[in-house]
Design a protein around this ligand. Structure first.
Ligand code: 1OR
Ligand code: 1OR
Length: 326
């Protein structure tokens, strides 16, 4: 009965009953945990819209751990929003209404520093934004401005919280200990490590599948959860590459990371990565990498210096890993 329902008020900086830290007061109703059909949002779509939506959502990391029923509820609830060039899709400081997945268009990310907006990154026809205010009940952390006409798919706050936030509580239970155990994340506070868990998605690769292609532009970072990853590199000149093929330069196992170099140097991928047997990786997008892993940069940069030494040892030349496509 309604009157007998237990309402728990989660107060600033406390944890909700699923272990979620809240930054401001929010009513938590345990009954919402049950799948409440009344709260299902459905925006009818044409076949063309459904196809485009599915394509746009296929690499969205926050959707990777959803079961098929949750995913279909998310897709039903999403609505298309056309965007004009110059439009502010999100303004820093506002309350969060929707999460957005990009269908098309380019967008700049601005963050205010001492009252002055600074462009700190871009989205180019793919990706998603607007999850932070909905996950943590905080004001919008950045302004997102379209730099071309485009379109995004919106997901309302309630559906996002009912499905994605609830699923994140499960993700925390699954990955908290693993993330806690990673030496390269040891400079992060516990709360920062939990935020890493919140934004990662898992991807599974089958034996021989290519995970990274040398020379490609980069937009994500990988941590091996299980299996073995083979890293290979082609010699600098095309002729050498054809004659000698790619050389294996490293292997990554559970708990190790790869794909950080291109994100740190802002260059194309320096090497390729392939699954040896079935491989499961935790994946983080470049925006989350930059936002959350700043404190781990010292350790990563030390390892990058090691790559350069190994490069000389393996290839007998200090081939410029900062310019791998040359
Ligand atoms: P939101 O709900 O706070 C703005 O609304 C969105 O911009 C935010 O969710 C993220 O999805 C997205 N810092 C904060 N938010 C960012 C950032 C970001 N990048 C994208 N968003 N940084 C930029 C990292 C490239 C850190 C800047 C110091
Ligand atoms: P990325 O974003 O360039 C390929 O994508 C990834 O392979 C790279 O990030 C690293 O995470 C990973 N030199 C360059 N990249 C390496 C190396 C490496 N090992 C792993 N990666 N060397 C091997 C050192 C043991 C030096 C080259 C011989």
């Amino acid at each position: 009965m309604r009157e007998q329902r237990l309402y728990i008020w989660c107060i600033r900086h406390s944890l909700d009953p699923t272990g979620y830290p809240y930054l401001c007061a929010e009513a938590y109703n345990p009954d919402e945990e049950e799948d409440d059909m009344e709260s299902r949002v459905i925006h009818p779509k044409t076949d063309d819209q459904r196809n485009r939506l599915q394509e746009a959502c296929k690499d969205i990391l926050l959707f990777k751990n959803l079961d098929p029923e949750q995913m279909s509820q998310v897709l039903d609830a999403m609505f298309e929003k056309l965007i004009e060039g110059g439009e502010h899709v999100i303004d820093q400081g506002d309350d969060g209404d929707n999460f957005y997945v990009i269908d098309r268009g380019t967008y700049d990310i601005y963050v205010k520093c001492d009252g002055v907006g600074r462009c700190v990154g871009t989205y180019d026809n793919r990706g998603s934004f607007g999850e932070l205010a909905l996950m943590y009940n905080t004001p919008r952390a950045a302004t997102i401005i379209a730099t071309s006409p485009g379109a995004v798919w919106g997901l309302d706050r309630l559906t996002f919280r009912r499905i994605i936030v609830k699923n994140n509580a499960k993700k925390r239970r699954m990955y908290e200990n693993f993330i806690e155990s990673l030496p390269f994340l040891k400079s992060l506070e516990v709360s920062e490590r939990l935020k890493v868990v919140d934004v990662i998605g898992t991807k599974v690769y089958s034996d021989g599948e290519q995970i990274i292609a040398q020379g490609d532009m980069a937009d994500c970072f990988f941590i091996v959860e299980s299996g073995e990853v083979r890293i290979t590199m082609k010699r600098k000149s095309k002729q050498d590459a054809e004659e000698n093929g790619a050389v294996e330069i490293a292997r990554c196992f559970r708990g190790q990371y790869f794909g950080e170099l291109a994100l740190v140097t802002n260059k194309p991928r320096a090497a390729s990565a392939f699954a040896l047997g079935t491989v499961k990786c935790l994946v983080m997008d470049v925006q989350a990498f930059e936002r959350l892993l700043g404190p781990c940069m010292e350790i990563m940069k030390r390892n990058i210096a090691n790559y350069e030494e190994q490069l000389v040892a393996l290839f007998g030349t200090n081939m410029d890993i900062a310019d791998p496509s040359a």
